[in-house]
Design a protein around this ligand. Structure first.
Ligand code: SF4
Length: 190
Protein backbone atom coordinates (compact mmCIF):
# COMPACT_ATOMS: atom_id res chain seq x y z
CA UNK A 1 0.00 0.00 0.00
CA UNK A 2 1.35 3.40 -0.94
CA UNK A 3 1.15 5.79 2.00
CA UNK A 4 0.41 9.50 2.17
CA UNK A 5 1.52 12.02 4.80
CA UNK A 6 -1.96 11.62 6.37
CA UNK A 7 -1.24 7.96 7.13
CA UNK A 8 1.97 8.98 8.87
CA UNK A 9 0.21 11.74 10.81
CA UNK A 10 -2.50 9.34 11.99
CA UNK A 11 0.03 6.70 12.96
CA UNK A 12 2.07 9.18 14.98
CA UNK A 13 -1.11 10.27 16.76
CA UNK A 14 -1.94 6.67 17.67
CA UNK A 15 -0.54 3.53 15.96
CA UNK A 16 -3.82 1.71 16.62
CA UNK A 17 -5.61 4.00 14.12
CA UNK A 18 -3.62 2.30 11.38
CA UNK A 19 -4.67 -1.12 12.63
CA UNK A 20 -8.39 -0.38 12.96
CA UNK A 21 -8.63 1.56 9.74
CA UNK A 22 -6.47 -0.49 7.39
CA UNK A 23 -6.33 -3.99 8.89
CA UNK A 24 -9.88 -4.22 10.22
CA UNK A 25 -11.15 -1.69 7.62
CA UNK A 26 -13.29 0.25 10.08
CA UNK A 27 -13.47 3.79 8.72
CA UNK A 28 -13.00 6.81 10.93
CA UNK A 29 -15.94 9.12 10.76
CA UNK A 30 -14.76 12.21 9.04
CA UNK A 31 -16.56 15.47 9.63
CA UNK A 32 -19.32 15.65 7.05
CA UNK A 33 -18.24 18.97 5.63
CA UNK A 34 -14.57 18.21 5.74
CA UNK A 35 -14.22 17.16 2.12
CA UNK A 36 -16.13 20.12 0.74
CA UNK A 37 -14.12 22.44 2.91
CA UNK A 38 -10.87 20.92 1.79
CA UNK A 39 -11.92 21.30 -1.86
CA UNK A 40 -12.54 24.98 -1.38
CA UNK A 41 -9.29 25.38 0.44
CA UNK A 42 -7.32 23.82 -2.41
CA UNK A 43 -9.06 26.05 -4.93
CA UNK A 44 -8.27 29.16 -2.90
CA UNK A 45 -4.72 28.06 -2.42
CA UNK A 46 -4.19 27.72 -6.15
CA UNK A 47 -5.34 31.29 -6.67
CA UNK A 48 -2.83 32.44 -4.13
CA UNK A 49 0.27 30.89 -5.67
CA UNK A 50 2.93 32.33 -7.90
CA UNK A 51 4.02 34.98 -5.49
CA UNK A 52 7.59 35.54 -6.59
CA UNK A 53 8.31 38.11 -3.90
CA UNK A 54 7.89 35.40 -1.26
CA UNK A 55 10.50 33.23 -2.90
CA UNK A 56 12.83 36.22 -3.23
CA UNK A 57 12.60 36.73 0.50
CA UNK A 58 13.62 33.13 1.11
CA UNK A 59 16.49 33.22 -1.40
CA UNK A 60 15.30 30.84 -4.09
CA UNK A 61 17.44 29.88 -7.09
CA UNK A 62 14.96 27.55 -8.79
CA UNK A 63 11.36 26.51 -8.17
CA UNK A 64 9.39 23.44 -9.17
CA UNK A 65 5.66 23.95 -8.74
CA UNK A 66 3.08 21.33 -7.85
CA UNK A 67 5.32 18.29 -7.64
CA UNK A 68 3.85 14.81 -7.30
CA UNK A 69 6.60 12.71 -5.71
CA UNK A 70 6.86 9.08 -4.67
CA UNK A 71 9.32 6.68 -3.09
CA UNK A 72 9.04 3.02 -2.10
CA UNK A 73 6.65 3.85 0.79
CA UNK A 74 5.21 7.28 0.33
CA UNK A 75 3.51 9.55 -2.18
CA UNK A 76 2.66 13.21 -1.88
CA UNK A 77 1.98 16.41 -3.75
CA UNK A 78 4.24 19.26 -2.74
CA UNK A 79 3.05 22.79 -3.56
CA UNK A 80 6.59 23.91 -4.34
CA UNK A 81 10.04 22.36 -4.29
CA UNK A 82 12.66 25.09 -3.97
CA UNK A 83 16.37 25.03 -4.73
CA UNK A 84 18.02 27.50 -2.35
CA UNK A 85 21.21 29.52 -2.80
CA UNK A 86 23.15 27.27 -0.41
CA UNK A 87 22.50 24.26 -2.67
CA UNK A 88 19.94 22.60 -0.39
CA UNK A 89 16.30 22.10 -1.31
CA UNK A 90 13.13 22.86 0.66
CA UNK A 91 9.43 22.06 0.44
CA UNK A 92 7.05 25.01 0.57
CA UNK A 93 3.44 24.47 1.53
CA UNK A 94 0.57 26.96 1.44
CA UNK A 95 -1.85 26.95 4.37
CA UNK A 96 -5.12 28.73 3.80
CA UNK A 97 -5.14 29.59 7.49
CA UNK A 98 -4.20 32.25 9.97
CA UNK A 99 -0.94 31.99 11.84
CA UNK A 100 -1.71 31.51 15.53
CA UNK A 101 1.73 31.71 17.12
CA UNK A 102 2.23 27.98 17.10
CA UNK A 103 2.87 25.48 14.36
CA UNK A 104 0.63 22.43 14.30
CA UNK A 105 2.50 19.20 14.63
CA UNK A 106 0.59 17.89 11.62
CA UNK A 107 1.99 20.66 9.41
CA UNK A 108 5.49 19.84 10.57
CA UNK A 109 5.08 16.12 9.96
CA UNK A 110 3.81 16.88 6.47
CA UNK A 111 6.97 18.89 5.74
CA UNK A 112 9.17 16.09 7.11
CA UNK A 113 7.44 13.67 4.71
CA UNK A 114 8.02 16.06 1.83
CA UNK A 115 11.67 16.46 2.85
CA UNK A 116 12.15 12.70 2.62
CA UNK A 117 10.46 12.58 -0.80
CA UNK A 118 12.52 15.50 -2.13
CA UNK A 119 15.82 14.03 -0.96
CA UNK A 120 15.07 10.74 -2.69
CA UNK A 121 13.75 12.26 -5.91
CA UNK A 122 16.16 15.18 -6.35
CA UNK A 123 19.21 13.73 -4.52
CA UNK A 124 19.70 16.99 -2.60
CA UNK A 125 19.83 17.65 1.11
CA UNK A 126 16.73 19.15 2.76
CA UNK A 127 17.30 20.83 6.11
CA UNK A 128 14.34 23.19 6.23
CA UNK A 129 10.86 23.74 4.88
CA UNK A 130 8.48 26.68 4.60
CA UNK A 131 4.85 27.29 5.44
CA UNK A 132 2.98 30.24 3.97
CA UNK A 133 -0.05 31.36 5.98
CA UNK A 134 -2.27 32.90 3.34
CA UNK A 135 -4.71 34.42 5.82
CA UNK A 136 -1.98 36.16 7.76
CA UNK A 137 -0.80 38.25 4.81
CA UNK A 138 1.31 35.41 3.49
CA UNK A 139 3.39 35.09 6.59
CA UNK A 140 6.38 32.88 5.84
CA UNK A 141 7.46 30.50 8.60
CA UNK A 142 10.67 28.52 8.32
CA UNK A 143 10.62 25.05 9.87
CA UNK A 144 13.93 23.29 10.53
CA UNK A 145 14.06 19.71 9.27
CA UNK A 146 16.61 17.65 11.19
CA UNK A 147 17.87 14.15 10.46
CA UNK A 148 15.81 12.87 13.41
CA UNK A 149 12.65 14.35 11.93
CA UNK A 150 13.16 12.53 8.64
CA UNK A 151 14.02 9.34 10.52
CA UNK A 152 10.80 9.63 12.51
CA UNK A 153 8.61 9.57 9.40
CA UNK A 154 10.70 6.85 7.75
CA UNK A 155 10.32 4.61 10.79
CA UNK A 156 6.61 5.39 10.96
CA UNK A 157 6.21 4.35 7.31
CA UNK A 158 8.03 1.07 7.97
CA UNK A 159 5.87 0.37 11.04
CA UNK A 160 2.67 1.11 9.11
CA UNK A 161 3.69 -1.39 6.43
CA UNK A 162 4.40 -3.95 9.14
CA UNK A 163 0.99 -3.44 10.76
CA UNK A 164 -0.82 -3.77 7.43
CA UNK A 165 1.17 -6.63 5.94
CA UNK A 166 1.46 -8.76 9.10
CA UNK A 167 -1.84 -7.85 10.78
CA UNK A 168 0.27 -6.62 13.65
CA UNK A 169 -1.68 -5.13 16.55
CA UNK A 170 0.41 -2.16 17.74
CA UNK A 171 0.74 -0.51 21.13
CA UNK A 172 -1.77 2.14 22.19
CA UNK A 173 -0.76 5.77 22.29
CA UNK A 174 0.82 6.67 25.60
CA UNK A 175 -1.27 9.85 25.75
CA UNK A 176 -4.48 8.67 27.41
CA UNK A 177 -6.19 11.99 26.72
CA UNK A 178 -6.35 11.07 23.04
CA UNK A 179 -8.62 8.11 23.82
CA UNK A 180 -11.44 10.23 25.27
CA UNK A 181 -12.98 11.22 21.95
CA UNK A 182 -11.57 8.44 19.81
CA UNK A 183 -13.87 6.72 17.30
CA UNK A 184 -12.34 3.37 18.22
CA UNK A 185 -12.49 3.66 22.01
CA UNK A 186 -15.22 1.00 22.35
CA UNK A 187 -13.29 -1.69 20.50
CA UNK A 188 -9.81 -0.74 21.59
CA UNK A 189 -8.11 -2.72 24.36
CA UNK A 190 -6.15 -0.17 26.33
S1 SF4 B 1 -8.81 4.46 22.05
FE1 SF4 B 1 -6.82 5.39 22.41
S2 SF4 B 1 -5.34 3.75 22.04
FE2 SF4 B 1 -7.28 3.10 21.13
S3 SF4 B 1 -7.19 3.77 19.01
FE3 SF4 B 1 -8.18 5.40 20.13
S4 SF4 B 1 -6.53 6.81 20.72
FE4 SF4 B 1 -5.60 4.88 20.11
Amino acid sequence: MSLTPSHIIEYLYCPRFTYFEYVLAIPQHEEKDYKAMRGREIHDQKLERNKDYLRKRIGVKEKHLDQYLTNQYLRGRVDEVLLLHDGTMAPLDYKFAEYKDRIFETYQTQLYCYAWLIEENFQQLVNRGYLIYVRSRHKVVEIPVKEDNKKLVQEAAESIQQIIQNNFYPKATKYKKRCVNCTYRNICTR
